[in-house]
Write a protein that binds this ligand. Structure first.
Ligand SMILES: [Mg+2]
Length: 385
């Protein structure tokens, strides 16, 4: 099977996630045991922390965190080199199933982040493990995807096939630009006949240089429409990919680092591990302020330099206000108010305090003027910059 990785596939990450319903389906299915992978993970660190001293492994999302297309995200190469120097293990965790770890590692190395294939964890690898845990070595598996998926299945001793007539024990669907009607039809024949169905990820869209294109979730939707079946999903925010990352890195106290709330951060929350949201990708200030339960990061920072510095978390005072560094946020008469006082400020403490206040208000059904809150935070950050 050819790689077929064009410019679109290179960007095949960080797209619109599917809704939570698939997650519920996956967790109630055979993937439910994955939650146990986190039983030993330590989370819930309190007070100021320096991530490189507190966490042993950074589980890093790629697009919007380490690179954007062919460009390194500003400060990422230097910050990651320093984090490694300080003893932190780096794992690059991607929902992109089309590229092999070798290809991803070469991309990272090219932009100034030296990486080996063994530093990369893909959703194709997580999906292949799900299959390998259920079926013996040598079992035929219908591979609906590209070289990343084929390599991941072979790594687990499985035999990739391309026809339902090859009597596959499972169908695994991962993204590749070359996947067309014929292969989707083969998948539908097998899934329709009751063969277990796995998907590397359920991202509905892929950002490309020319616009938004269908992602793996959209192609999964084709097979779903033909069969009425639901796949078990391996990628973020589902747990198998994080479990794969934990198994491959031996992480005891991992920190998930991502730019998307509905994949990176949601996956970390579901797995019970701490997370760092960086603002170098898709999540903006309104997105952070409006993050719902299950989508809220442990920490918020501008970029990956945060791995090396003390990160503060807001603390609530008895009067209900939230203080972070030099800023205190409170909700007064349905409006967010930010007060400055003496103290250190790395430029984002106002946002951190505001998020804590907004999230607490949402949880207690306290009405807040959201547009006003966004304006207040933006003006405060601009004035402090
Ligand atoms: Mg991303």
């Amino acid at each position: 099977m050819s790689s077929g990785t064009g410019s679109g596939a290179e960007a095949a990450e960080g797209s619109t996630g599917a809704g939570g319903s698939e997650g519920a389906g996956a967790l109630s299915g055979p993937g439910a045991a994955d939650a146990g992978a986190f039983a030993d993970a330590e989370a819930g660190v309190r007070g100021p922390v320096v991530p490189v001293r507190t966490y042993d492994v950074a589980l890093l999302d790629l697009d919007g965190v380490v690179y954007t297309g062919q460009q390194a995200v500003p400060h990422a190469p230097d910050a990651l080199a320093a984090a490694r120097e300080a003893g932190m293990t780096l794992a690059f965790v991607t929902n992109n199933a089309s590229r092999t770890p070798d290809t991803v590692a070469a991309h990272l190395t090219r932009i100034g982040v030296p990486a080996e294939a063994s530093d990369v964890v893909t959703s194709a690898q997580a999906a292949a493990r799900l299959v390998a845990e259920r079926f013996p070595a040598g079992a035929p598996v219908l591979a609906v995807g590209g070289e990343g998926l084929v390599a991941a299945l072979r790594e687990r001793g499985l035999m990739p096939v391309v026809s339902a007539a090859d009597r596959p024990v499972a169908v695994v669907q991962g993204f590749a630009p070359s996947v067309g009607w014929e292969l989707l039809a083969e998948a539908s024949y097998a899934v329709g006949a009751g063969v277990p169905w796995f998907a590397s990820n359920a991202d509905l869209t892929i950002p490309t240089e020319r616009g938004i294109a269908p992602g793996n979730g959209a192609l999964v939707g084709v097979v779903r429409a033909a069969t009425g079946a639901e796949p078990i999903v391996a990628g973020k925010p589902e747990l198998p990919l994080h479990r794969e990352s934990m198994l491959r890195t031996g992480a005891r106290r991992p920190l998930v680092v991502g730019d998307r709330l509905d994949t990176d951060i949601e996956g970390a929350v579901a797995g019970g591990v701490d997370s760092l949201l960086v603002l170098t990708g898709v999540t903006d200030i309104p997105g952070a302020l409006g993050a719902g339960p299950g989508l809220r990061p442990t920490y918020i920072a501008a970029d990956l330099r945060a791995l090396l510095h003390e990160l503060r978390r807001p603390e609530q005072s008895p009067d209900g206000a939230w203080t972070c560094g030099a800023w205190t946020a409170r909700i007064d008469d349905g409006e967010l108010a930010l007060d400055h006082h003496d103290g250190a400020d790395d430029g984002l403490d106002a946002l951190r305090a505001a998020c804590a206040a907004m999230w607490a208000a949402a949880d207690t059904s306290t009405a807040v003027d959201f547009e006003h809150a966004v304006k207040t935070v933006k003006e405060t950050l601009a004035a402090a910059a």
